[in-house]
Ligand binder design. Sequence first.
Ligand code: 4FL
Length: 258
Amino acid sequence: MNALRVDILTLFPAMFAGPFEESMVKRAVDRGLLDIRLHDLREHTHDRHRTVDDYPYGGGAGMVLKPDPLFEGVEAIAASDQSGTRPRVILLTPQGPRLTQETVVRLSQEKWLLLICGHYEGVDERVREALIDEEVSIGDFILTGGELPAMVMVDAVSRLIPGVLGEVESVREESFADGLLEYPQYTRPPEFRGMVVPEVLVSGHHEKVRVWRRREALRRTLERRPELLASAQLTPEDRRLLEELRREDRADEGEDPA
Ligand code: 4FL
């Protein structure tokens, strides 16, 4: 079997132990579908203090990750494969384009990823210029480093590797692939603290269930993330359902007593 190889270059390799030893990622590793290798950036320093950062040229607060340990680390990792394959080198940074499911799908189709976890105020710009293929952010906030974003990326990618999800789960994956939010889900009991499950779901009428779910997925997307509709894959039925939902919405506004 040809596993997806993921190397991670970090100042804190121990942070990864917990998340990678549970759940889906562990299942992928145990099945030989995912090959995760952690590397301590400090192993690629050569001075007595194992220095990884330094003051920024031009002054200012904070520290900058030095280029040499990062270059040496990436080169050593890349050289560890003799087959001529090169890793796709990714820097986790708030300055990159936001991680989306589309990017997750694309990365899950690579053979080899090398994730670099930034720290401090940033990394020397020459790393960006000459070492990195791609930058990725997981959101508009500042963390203490790129370790948690790297874990997020590995988690999202690993569940797309063929053989990692069970059959039941992979069918659900397809229902999300059209770019809409999920429809509401219910399980037993049919009534809980006075709150009931929508009648159609217990009716056993498969076609009605399908249309209800589609309408609710569209409703939820329209209410919470309308910008997703622009790039969603919509059928003529979807457009008709959306038109109904928008009409309902206008009617509700009309009867608003305020
Ligand atoms: C990376 C935040 C990716 C969000 C600090 C260092 C970060 C991050 N996405 N914060 N790296």
